[in-house]
Ligand binder design. Sequence first.
Ligand code: CA
Length: 480
Amino acid sequence: MYLSRFLSIHALWVTVSSVMQPYPLVWGHYDVCKTQIYTEEGKVWDYMACQPESTDMTKYLKVKLDPPDITCGDPPETFCAMGNPYMCNNECDASTPELAHPPELMFDFEGRHPSTFWQSATWKEYPKPLQVNITLSWSKTIELTDNIVITFESGRPDQMILEKSLDYGRTWQPYQYYATDCLDAFHMDPKSVKDLSQHTVLEIICTEEYSTGYSTNSKIIHFEIKDRFAFFAGPRLRNMASLYGQLDTTKKLRDFFTVTDLRIRLLRPAVGEIFVDELHLARYFYAISDIKVRGRCKCNLHATVCVYDNSKLTCECEHNTTGPDCGKCKKNYQGRPWSPGSYLPIPKGTANTCIPSISSIGTPPKFNRIWPNISSLEVSNPKQVAPKLALSTVSSVQVANHKRANVCDNELLHCQNGGTCHNNVRCLCPAAYTGILCEKLRCEEAGSCGPDSGQGPPAHSKPALLLLSALLGAANPLVF
Ligand SMILES: [Ca+2]
């Protein structure tokens, strides 16, 4: 699942570009969790908020149909063209691959002609409702980043509800209602997402936009994620700062775009006319050729990598966090309560790393006093709005000091020149060396290095070079 060097280089280039521009035109990738920087006290890790890339999430889902035997073709049956009840020469036979329409054909590569599609049995038991639930499960919290798009092969259903779950399918909430007649079907006034605003963006609406039956050519149903983003980021999503600011400070908004499962409840097929033609029930069925869901693993801004292993998605957590969503601090890193990373301040966000537990530190280090979270003081104030926050800055020295708590975590950094790591917070250096990682000659600091000492001062790389090498290291294990 690991992406190629090309992507690594691409990610590196994006990152370097953004490092070179203090206010880049395109920002908010959050694709690096840490870089090395140089301060007066030597090399330290600079941590930042990070998240996996947005990707096609249909590759990682499990699909379940209810009723389980609702797929057509067992026993084989003939169905008629939607618009013409006398054209009944289409066959569905589950035992013949060319004539079968199993659920996986909703997620295969589309773009060939004719399209491949899942199809239900026909409405032969009318007037009993023909209802089908299609459940898509990730067994992992994911954040939606683009519209959900469902392409029907038949007419679009007369009535449908898109639902979401945040607890792996135990409870469900509606996302959006779809009907030819919202008032009749769900006792709701029809609305469009465009009728909403920043203040009503979380409202659950019923829309008639996508339910015009087979009489129009369009076969597509959207759940409009981007239109909702646009209330904060502008119509072309240029002001992502504002959106990320809101996502950071409004948990409900963030949760709105977060799911573990989606459920498409097909309640009534397209009939295209007022009355159901009971003599030709083989005209009525559901067929879906494609479902698009784009999103990313929710890792609480503590990981850029989400691996798919053993049919399971898991964040590869950084910042001393652990758990499938990086939702808690690692053992021995519970020096302060766990906290998600923050998108703010822009562009690098705040990592809110977990820090070593007090008991594992022994003597509190001198920089203990700056552990109180800078972000909680300056960033997480819900009254602040994004444009202001975009301008608020934390000096690089502050940030560097703040992150220095786990300066020689064995997983992150090693003391140099024979130094040993003491309780994750300091290097114990051999007599001839000093500096936070024992990287400096003591004589150099005292200005007494003689030409015969045999050791010149260590080559101090320029910060940009150090950053580059750190990025090369960090960019390698990208996934997706
Ligand atoms: Ca297909």
